[in-house]
Design a binder for this molecule. Sequence first.
Ligand SMILES: Nc1ncnc2c1ncn2[C@@H]1O[C@H](COP(=O)(O)OP(=O)(O)O)[C@@H](O)[C@H]1O
Ligand SMILES: [Mg+2]
Length: 226
Amino acid sequence: MAIISMANPKGGSGKTTCALLLATEIARRGGTVTLIDADPERWITKWGQLDDLPDGIQIVSDVTADCIIDKILDAQEQTQFVIVDLEGTANMSVVQAIGISDLVLVPTQGSTMDSQGGAKIIKLIRQQARALRREVPHTVVFTRTSAAIQTRSLSHVRELMAKAGIPTLRTSIVERAAFREVFAMGGDLPDLDHSQVSGVEKATMNAGEFADEVLAILKTQSQEVA
Ligand SMILES: Nc1ncnc2c1ncn2[C@@H]1O[C@H](COP(=O)(O)OP(=O)(O)O)[C@@H](O)[C@H]1O
Ligand SMILES: [Mg+2]
């Protein structure tokens, strides 16, 4: 059904975290998801090896530029959602994944310096859209934001993006230990040991709001096409 890619040439912007949160949240709601691991660091694959995969999730590993389109299209026949975790660079895999995606999410930390990686990928997305003569829906999602306050630098970056006509999600992914620990422990976010990891409920709620907003965008898109 839907192909969603995570793209930002900046490493550490939250691509892999967003990919995993979206996939596990959709699976928890009964959906089926393929996670395409196109990052040579293989974080998604390593996560998958730590524990049994949650129901509804499959992982396709070691995906490179020469096979990414085939792997995505094969996955699309098997599961309702295909979520592509891309490398932190602007390479051929990234360009190809952008070209085939229904939605490109651009995870970005909310500082001016960090948002420059986001700006670069948005330029690439827009060039691809022109080349392909189709819209490539995309949106920035702010990551690792403060739970307590809306920082000045985040407000500033939000303003800059609004001025540049760049869509941003209302929900941001807050900085939380649970989002790190799930990669150390494996499995699903709500199953983390609540006595060892703080804020699991809040993290799970945050992931839920994130998924709600992404799914709402996809729904609007499919209605527009219909
Ligand atoms: N919301 C978050 N809260 C806490 N840690 C985070 C969060 N998002 C990312 N991280 C941590 O930051 C690092 C980079 O995040 P990651 O998702 O791997 O980014 P990318 O895939 O863009 O390189 C990882 O160590 C990850 O665990
Ligand atoms: Mg990554």
